[in-house]
Design a protein around this ligand. Structure first.
Ligand code: NAI
Length: 246
């Protein structure tokens, strides 16, 4: 008998860690539903078997429509990867230097987005009696990053959001875990890595002396998603080349 089709929804799957995660999950046999602001990138990451949709995680109606489309088209959702996120402007600062609009935008995507997407996916998982939500937080949710108060606070919230889901849905067959990447080479960080002096400042703080490739985070997500880890929930898997071990 053939294995039942497993379906993964990946938010922000059009680029960086999200796109690499789509690659890993497709290789693991998942059918993909990719939600991104960028429709073409979402379609490319979803591949010929999946669906790519333009959607804004910070917008309740957009999320409801996108998840309805996924359920109507593919029928179920086994895994939600809450990955879409932004850092805010490169010039972000300490608390008193952070524009209010910047704080609001970062929290709208990085925190409200997790909530809006999860709250429309969880009823689908509850009806199935199974599911898994993996949230891409950050080491910036475990330790503070200098002059990044909006991003750091949002990732701290993301981490506890993942734990909160783990506690609330533990008896419903739904797991919730988080991944906390360190510094990863993606379009989000490329501006800094392109400046040799900034790149070496980043790398000298990492015990492995290099930043991660997106596939290294995708592999951690693939590992967490493995159904043999059936008792693992509420866990934060740090993938940072030893950065926070210092
Ligand atoms: P990226 O900028 O390469 O990709 C982010 C994707 O999310 C893009 O395709 C973008 O269109 C999409 N997106 C942004 N806002 C959206 C919205 N409102 N609705 C739907 N899609 C939206 O970023 P990267 O580096 O791949 O980051 C992915 C996640 O990993 C983020 O949550 C980020 O905070 C987190 N992270 C990244 C690290 C890094 O060093 N790159 C380190 C730790 C965490």
């Amino acid at each position: 008998m053939s294995e039942p089709q497993r379906v993964a929804v990946v938010t922000g799957g059009g680029s960086g860690i999200g796109a690499a995660t789509c690659g890993r999950l497709a290789a693991d046999g998942y059918t993909l539903a990719v939600l991104d602001l960028d429709l073409d990138a979402a379609k490319a990451a979803a591949g010929p078997e999946g669906i790519g949709l333009a959607a804004d995680v910070a917008d309740a109606e957009s999320m409801r429509e996108a998840i309805n489309t996924v359920v109507r088209t593919i029928g179920r959702i086994d895994l939600l990867v809450n990955n879409a996120g932004i850092t805010g402007s490169q010039a972000a600062g300490r608390c008193h230097e952070t524009p209010i609009e910047e704080w609001d935008r970062v929290h709208a995507v990085n925190v409200r987005g997790l909530f809006l997407c999860s709250r429309v996916v969880l009823p689908v998982m509850l009806a199935q009696g199974s599911g898994h939500v993996i949230t891409v937080a950050s080491v910036a949710g475990q330790v503070a990053f200098p002059a990044r108060c909006a991003y750091t606070a949002s990732k701290g919230a993301a981490l506890l959001f993942a734990k909160s889901l783990a506690v609330d849905y533990a008896t419903d067959g739904i797991r919730s875990n988080a991944v906390c990447p360190g510094f990863v080479q993606t379009p989000m960080t490329q501006w800094r890595l392109d400046v040799p002096e900034l790149r070496s400042r980043v790398e000298e703080n990492i015990p492995m002396r290099r930043v991660a490739q997106p596939t290294e985070i995708a592999d951690a997500i693939g590992l967490l998603a493995d159904e043999r880890l059936s008792y693992l929930t509420g866990h934060a898997l740090t993938v940072d080349g030893g950065w926070t071990a210092l």
